[in-house]
Design a protein around this ligand. Structure first.
Ligand code: BGC
Ligand code: NOJ
Length: 810
């Protein structure tokens, strides 16, 4: 069942009911000011850091699940309603929510009155615009009240939700223009030099800034006593919970339309300019911001700029094919999700509280893959930040904090796959940009400037970290865990509540990961290539020899007969083998080993992928392992704690499905690759939205697997490495346009269901138009470049500004 439809022309998803199977959200902002907004207007905003600079309040894990947001209440006669349906939930005559790129528009109609609320963060500004267009579509004049409402958060979202003994007494506001502007200035007096405000470009009939007065102590957001009584109380918050609500009295003649503009702004002032007079904050910068956004015309222009910004970004890669769902995912939503993931990492979504994790070393390197073609300069900065949290021995902090850019001690290190991801990120960046000079950048270890070495040296340390940490079978030691955070082979946790990722590990040098071995064979050669290009032949040879050794070790010790083993445990026993009772086969090594080309010539690769099909594939995607664990296995850790079919215990962990898609292209099986692509791709799941539950325009981290109570049900949408890896799979391997060191490699491996398509790809300032005639057979492509046949499948990089025409036949 569907709950809306795609509007490709406008790059929007149009939701036709507020009662989606889960809140379907969107993100506002892409630089410093960010917001989350659901299709019921729920959500919150923050400046740069969702934990440390939270501007509006949101209660997680709440009942009902999406309560608290930017609300507009209409009171006409005795009827009170919201254009977003919730929180009051008065039946609407019409409802529509359009989530676009960086903006959302929610429109409700009731008794001939249309109220359309547009939310966005203007490019380059630290505020949200809430533009409300009111239209009288009835035949008689209408007089009504419109109330706004936001609830301030006391800056630190974690403290805000826990430290009530203090926080119920700190809240302070200033009110200007009879309530037209409400300033939130809690803690401004002491150590903060920032405040927020909520302003409307109209005279107001009244205002409220104290939540209890506005709602009533025993009322929820669905029954604000002020609105139902039809009269603001002009309350001034003193402690408790400061809010901002304005009441505007409106009369509209039949057919008349009016737009009111609210601005929710964040302001920082220099320390010595904090005050206008004693106790009165300096409002100059706020007034300047307001002046830029105080009319419908100015707001329309800003929305235009925002659309232009996104349209320009998305010209990096686009496809025109015979399959509209494919086109909309590739051209719009998958890339949009990659950008959001880049901005948020794993911090703030409707599944991530914004007060938890920092940026993952592993995650951020992989996120790069999905947006490096859009904004290489920001990828560059990100790489240098990540590399600076590496240790001298090549290991790395598992996470770092975006505000301080320092490694997170609480989570620590010891995830032995982490170092290799840095090489992958660096290679992707250089291939895209041609910026080999980044390898000479001096980058600290552990943020200690005195311990700086070149980025190339960081890559060497990453590579050597694997070699220096080998187990008894000549395979890499796993440490705390590898990509699979929940395969904790040295953990042996028996204490309830203990973290599997950070708790003291047993000192064992036996538990080995075949997955890291696969990564090493896949990613190691990228480091060798870099060395070669820097003229260091000897190092390149050393690297290739190590890689060859590892490949042999995988085939000798990492093969189980029908598939690749997953690991050796603390006791040296096989994990992911036919000899195991549960968890006989795992997806990760099948994906990464075949992506690395291991066993491609010997038939191992094909066999491994056939086993994936047989044991791991199901209607909704490829599960992580099979059979699912039904008992706690002390020596495996968290993986066996999840009920069967969820998360890392045989859930469809969408992040690793594209590894299998890519692996299928490596052995030349386009139909399989395509089948897997479609299975987890949200646009193709639109018809089962009732089952899938999360947004049909973005990937979710996990879909419940075949052993689950409810197979096919997704969770954790938006912030997941699934976004970037699926974009890599479809854009680089299936559609087959991939940046390499010296040119764009064009090698499609695409289903015969799509017999023709054209990719337009920007790379290093040139534009390539690549028209593909596709027979669906995997095989070397025949290329002509600007009319001339070329041998091989590399289209050399052209000068910036040029337009290159490529014709490709497979
Ligand atoms: C969770 C895993 C999750 C991981 C993310 C773990 O603590 O339990 O399921 O994928 O963290 O880092
Ligand atoms: C989510 C984490 O962000 C990612 O780093 C990890 O690889 C997966 N979980 C699988 O455990």
């Amino acid at each position: 069942m569907r709950f809306g439809h795609f509007d490709d022309e406008n790059k929007e998803y149009v939701i036709q009911t507020p009662k989606t199977p889960y809140p379907w959200i969107n993100y506002l902002g892409s630089e410093e000011f960010f917001g989350l907004v659901s299709n019921q207007s729920g959500g919150y905003c923050f400046y740069r850091d969702a934990k440390l600079r939270r501007l509006t309040r949101y209660r997680y894990n709440n009942v009902p699940c999406d309560d608290g947001g930017r609300y507009f209440y209409v009171k006409e006669g005795d009827t009170v309603w919201n254009p977003s349906w919730g929180p009051v939930k008065t039946d609407l005559d019409e409802y529509e929510c359009r989530h676009g790129l960086g903006y959302s528009r929610i429109t409700g109609k009731k008794n001939g009155l249309s109220v359309s609320t547009l939310f966005f963060v203007p490019v380059g500004k630290t505020c949200e615009v809430h533009s409300v267009t009111l239209k009288n579509e009835s035949k008689s004049a209408k007089t009504f009240q419109l109330y706004s409402f936001v609830e301030w958060c006391l800056w630190n979202a974690e403290d805000d939700m826990t430290n009530f003994q203090r926080n119920f007494s700190t809240g302070e506001v200033e009110i200007l223009g009879g309530g037209q502007t409400i300033y939130h200035k809690t803690e401004f007096k002491e150590r903060r030099n920032h405040y927020a405000f909520y302003h409307v470009n109209s005279k107001v009939a009244g205002y409220d800034t104290d939540r209890e007065t506005f709602l009533g102590l025993y009322n929820g957001f669905h029954e604000p006593q002020v609105v139902f009584a039809g009269e603001s109380r002009n309350s001034k918050a003193a402690g408790w919970s400061p809010v901002a609500s304005q009441c505007v009295a409106v009369t509209l003649q039949p057919g008349e339309e009016k737009t009111l503009v609210w601005v929710l702004g964040y302001i920082e002032v220099p320390k010595d300019q904090k005050w206008e007079s004693k106790g009165v904050i300096n409002k100059k910068p706020a007034e300047a911001m307001i002046a830029l956004l105080d009319s419908k015309e100015k707001v329309d222009a800003e929305l235009g700029k925002l659309k232009a910004y996104w349209n320009a970004l998305l010209t990096g890669y686009s496809v025109k094919s015979t399959d509209e769902r494919l086109d909309r995912m590739v051209n719009i939503w998958n890339q949009y999700q990659c950008m959001v993931t880049f901005n948020m990492s794993r911090s703030a979504s409707f599944f991530e509280s914004g007060i938890g994790r920092g940026m993952g070393f592993r995650d951020s390197n992989q996120d790069l893959l999905g947006f490096v073609h859009l904004i290489p300069e920001r990828a560059r900065e990100r790489i240098l930040d990540i590399a600076a949290t590496q240790f001298e021995d090549g290991s790395a902090y598992h996470q770092y904090q975006p505000l301080t850019k320092r490694g997170n001690n609480a989570v620590g290190s010891g995830f032995n796959d982490d170092p290799l991801w840095l090489i992958l990120g660096v290679a992707a960046y250089i291939k895209e940009s041609g910026d080999f000079a980044i390898l000479d950048e001096q980058v600290p270890f552990d943020n200690d400037e005195s311990k700086s070495k070149s980025l190339l040296e960081h890559c060497k340390r990453s590579f050597d970290h694997v070699i220096n940490n080998m187990g008894p079978n000549g395979l890499p030691l796993i440490g705390r865990a590898d990509w699979n955070d929940c395969l904790n082979l040295n953990c042996f946790s028996e204490t309830p509540g203990e973290s599997f990722q950070t708790t003291e590990n047993r000192e064992g040098r036996t538990a080995e990961s075949i997955f890291i071995a696969g990564m090493f064979v896949s990613i190691g050669p990228m480091y060798a290539d870099m060395c070669e290009r820097r003229g260091d032949k000897a190092e390149a040879e050393r690297v290739r020899a190590e890689v060859a050794k590892m490949e042999k070790a995988v085939l000798d010790k990492g093969w189980d007969g029908e598939w690749f083993l997953r690991a050796y445990d603390f006791f040296g026993k096989k994990v992911g083998s036919k000899d195991n009772k549960e968890g006989k086969i795992f997806i990760e090594p099948q994906g990464y080993c075949v992506m690395a080309g291991i066993g491609a010539k010997t038939g191992h690769a094909q066999k491994a992928l056939d086993s994936v099909k047989e044991y791991l594939d199901c209607d909704y995607g490829i599960v992580l392992n099979n059979p699912a664990f039904t008992e706690y296995v002390l020596e495996y850790g968290e993986i066996s704690t999840y009920p069967a079919g969820y998360k890392e215990n045989a859930g469809i962990f969408c992040h690793n499905n594209p590894w299998i898609m890519i692996a299928e292209t490596v052995i030349g099986r386009p139909e399989r690759a395509w089948e897997y692509y479609r299975k987890i791709c949200p646009a193709y799941l639109e018809d089962i939205s009732d089952l899938h539950r999360t947004e049909p325009y973005v990937y979710a981290q996990m879909i419940a697997g075949k052993d689950a109570v409810k197979p096919g049900e997704a969770k954790n949408s938006w912030l997941t490495g699934t976004g970037s890896w699926n974009f890599v799979a479809i854009s680089q391997y299936l559609l087959g346009v991939r940046p390499e060191w010296d040119g764009l490699l064009v090698q499609p491996c695409m289903t015969k269901e799509v017999p023709e398509y054209t990719v337009v790809r920007r790379a290093r300032g040139a534009t390539y138009t690549i028209s593909v005639k596709n027979s669906g057979k995997a095989g070397p492509a025949r290329l002509t470049v600007d009319g001339k046949a070329v041998t091989g499948n590399l289209v050399p990089y052209a000068a910036a500004g040029s337009n290159v025409k490529v014709v490709c036949e497979v």
